[in-house]
Design a protein around this ligand. Structure first.
Ligand code: PRP
Ligand code: MG
Length: 181
């Protein structure tokens, strides 16, 4: 039996807090894109939960598309190289795009994606992330919608994994050091 709770130090954001914050971001997005065609792009796999809940919080038409990317090297993002594992199905030329992810850590993934999608002649490209770790950023990323800035702790749940576990937690929690050390 897995005792998930003993792996966690504390809950950072509950399911209810996450849903409430996403509803606020959804209201901002509705205002900013009123009368405009909008495509939201979720970054597999971590963004699955945020995409599902943000999309359902939006009281308007929205197209949902997906990309999967990977950094070269084994999990470390030190090389600074990103490659596309699954590209968009949609042609975003002339369209408004919001990239949706659950966390910005070093910023590599979203800075690379912003410029990659930006080169496809979209009407605009913005970022929505549930979490951001300002202390971990190694490159500037302009983010229009942020749920919360958090300290540089190991967090899991609501899409965030450690070795593919904990993604399915409803809350976001800090992982106990005995799990990863
Ligand atoms: C994680 C997370 C973000 C990215 C953030 O994804 O979901 O997409 O890293 O880190 P960065 O700002 O340092 O680039 P990961 O590549 O681990 O894959 P996953 O979404 O499948 O978990
Ligand atoms: Mg990811």
């Amino acid at each position: 039996v897995d005792h998930v709770e003993s792996d966690l130090v504390s809950v950072l954001f509950t399911e209810a807090q996450i849903q409430a914050r996403l509803a606020e971001l959804a209201r901002e997005i509705e205002q900013d894109y009123e009368g405009k065609d909008l495509v939201i792009v979720g970054i597999l796999r971590g963004a699955v939960m945020v995409m599902a809940d943000l999309a359902r919080a939006l009281d308007r038409h929205v197209e949902m598309d997906w990309m999967a990317v990977s950094s070269y090297g084994s999990g470390t993002k030190s090389s600074g190289v990103v490659r596309i594992l699954k590209d968009l199905d949609a042609d975003i030329s002339g369209r408004h795009v919001v990239i949706v992810d659950e966390i910005i850590d070093t910023g590599l993934t979203l800075s690379w994606l912003t410029s990659n999608l930006g080169s496809r002649n979209p009407a605009s490209v913005e970022i929505c992330t549930l979490l951001r770790k300002p202390e971990a950023l190694t490159m500037p990323v302009e983010v229009k919608y942020v749920g919360w800035d958090i300290p540089n702790h190991f967090v899991v749940g609501y899409g965030l994994d450690f070795r593919e576990r904990y993604r399915n937690l409803r809350d976001i929690a800090t992982l106990a050091p005995h799990v990863y050390s």
